[in-house]
Each structure stands twice: as structure tokens, then as C-alpha cells.
Design a protein around this ligand. Sequence first.
Ligand SMILES: NC(=O)c1ccc[n+]([C@@H]2O[C@H](COP(=O)([O-])OP(=O)(O)OC[C@H]3O[C@@H](n4cnc5c(N)ncnc54)[C@H](OP(=O)(O)O)[C@@H]3O)[C@@H](O)[C@H]2O)c1
Length: 290
Amino acid sequence: MDKKVVLITGCSSGIGLSLAVRLASDPQKSFKVYATMRNLDKKERLLESVKGLHRDTMDILQMDVTDQRSIHDARDRVVEKRVDILVCNAGVGLMGPLELQSLNSMRQILEVNLLGTIQTIQAFLPEMKAQGRGHILVTGSTGGLHGLPFNEVYCASKFAIEGACESLAVLLQHFNIHVSLIECGPVNTNFLVNLEKAELGDAPLRLVDPLTVNLYEKYLQHCSFVFQNAAQDTEDIVKVFLEAIQSPSPAFRYFTSGALSPLTQLKTAQPDGTQCIRAMSDIIFSSKEK
Ligand SMILES: NC(=O)c1ccc[n+]([C@@H]2O[C@H](COP(=O)([O-])OP(=O)(O)OC[C@H]3O[C@@H](n4cnc5c(N)ncnc54)[C@H](OP(=O)(O)O)[C@@H]3O)[C@@H](O)[C@H]2O)c1
């Protein structure tokens, strides 16, 4: 049987790298993986992780999701001239008081997380429609399901992805193309290191009112507690991707921790939002985590 052709964005580290390694090392050699990354200087980590097992199952391509030409070049280098499974995973974070975020930083995060994902899908969609089959998977976030203080623009980008994917899913079922969001909570990756973040002690933070700075400090403590104590490993996330990829009738949403978070449940059960916002505030700002 022909290998399934998979193209993944953001494979230099984290979830994208782990997924590329798992699929390229599949014992049945069921997949041909195009592992893409914006900077090929970072490919060594991926190559070391596949330990030479990849020769006929993986190619590494340059692809910056903010650069349409780079997306099209990568697409045109797919030898099979088709992609069965497209994984839009590349993403970046931005953290800090909203009044400190520059227009450039906000644009950049929307360019990568939102427009980058959309223009990647745009590039592969006509071919998938012509084939009459395909699966588009997007790395979603609980930050796309409920708001997180000091992550307004990140959440805006991930909420927007929910809307884009849901809209597409309605249409694409008429083409036998599935759309799945893999909703992740905290995951042990370079994400927190790579994100653009206001640090306590940074000069610009001194321009912000003391209550905001105080709450930001609490948020950072909460965030580091959660990442130290409750973050999933990339292997856990990869298992959920595999479940979605191998399903004959994939769901639209997969929750990597197995269930809808209590906050998201609250949001559905109490649609006016008051309780959800209060609960989120209590969780983040009233706890005694250190
Ligand atoms: N880690 C978490 O807690 C968490 C939680 C929920 C959702 N997510 C989502 O998971 C996805 C993967 O993140 P991760 O946790 O694996 O973090 P990561 O290790 O920082 O990986 C992010 C990947 O995206 C790539 N990337 C950034 N900008 C790009 C661009 N313009 N074009 C192509 N690739 C680009 C990065 O490449 P460079 O190395 O070149 O920067 C890197 O390969 C993101 O969409 C993120 O929003 C993560």
C-alpha cells in the first residue's frame, strides 16, 4: 500500500519534532513525512532523533509559514505531488501586560499562528479537494477555548484558529476532507523559552501600574507551577495525533488530557461567562503556588 504523505510545520523542536520522529519511525513504514522548519540550521536535532531510521520515510524541507513563497516552494518539492495529511503545528507565544505589547509583536504572533496556519491550508487545499480526500490537523490550545490573562493576543490567535477550522470543517466534509484540532494544555517543549515574554525587572514593566505588575508576578508563578507539575510530554500529544490520524472517521476536536477542562465545561454550562471568568481569576491569582 502507498505510504500516507504527511507534511508537518514547525518541526525544529517540540510537538512538531516528536510527531515527525514518530511517524517517520513507524514500524510499518506507513508514512512519508515532510518535516518542515523555517530555519534548516536547526535540523540536526531532528536528524539525531530519528537516528538514521528515516532514509525512505522522511525529508526535511524549509518552510516559513509567514512566507507564501516558502510555503509554495515546500509544496512543490513534495515528490508524490500530493499531501494526504497536513499538520499545521508552527506557533509562537507572547506574554505580558497588553499595554506593553508592540504592534510588531502582536502582528508577528497573528502572522504565524493565524495567517500562517491559514495560508498553509490554502496552499494545500486545491490539491486535497481534487483528490477527494485528506486530513488537516491543527495544534490547538486550551488558550483557544478560554481566555488567559497576559496572553490576550496569543489567545486571540488560537480562538481565531478555532473559528477558521470549524468553518472549514463544515465545508470540507463535502470533499471527504477531515479537519481536526488537537487541543493541548501545557506541554513540555521550548514554547515557554521561545515565546516573547515581559520579564519582571524589565524596564518597560516599570511603566505599568503596580496592581498589574503584582498580578503578572502571580500569573508567572502560577504558570511555572503548572508547567513544572502538570505539563504533558510531547509523546502524550503525539499519541493523540496518532489516534486522530489513524481514525477512519476523525473527530473535529481531541483533548490531549482526555477530557474537556472544567473551565471549558463551565463556559458551556454557564454561557454568560461570569462564572468562568471568576473561576479562572481564582485559579490564577488566589492560589498559593510557589
Ligand atoms: N507547549 C505548550 O504548552 C503548548 C500548549 C498549547 C498549544 N501549543 C501549540 O503547540 C504548537 C507547537 O509548539 P511547541 O509547544 O512544540 O513549541 P516549540 O518547541 O517552540 O515549537 C514551535 C515550532 O514552531 C516553529 N515556528 C515558529 N514560527 C514559525 C514560522 N514562521 N514558520 C514555521 N515554523 C515556525 C518553531 O520554529 P523555530 O525553532 O524556528 O522558532 C518551532 O519549530 C504551537 O502551535 C503552540 O501554540 C503549545
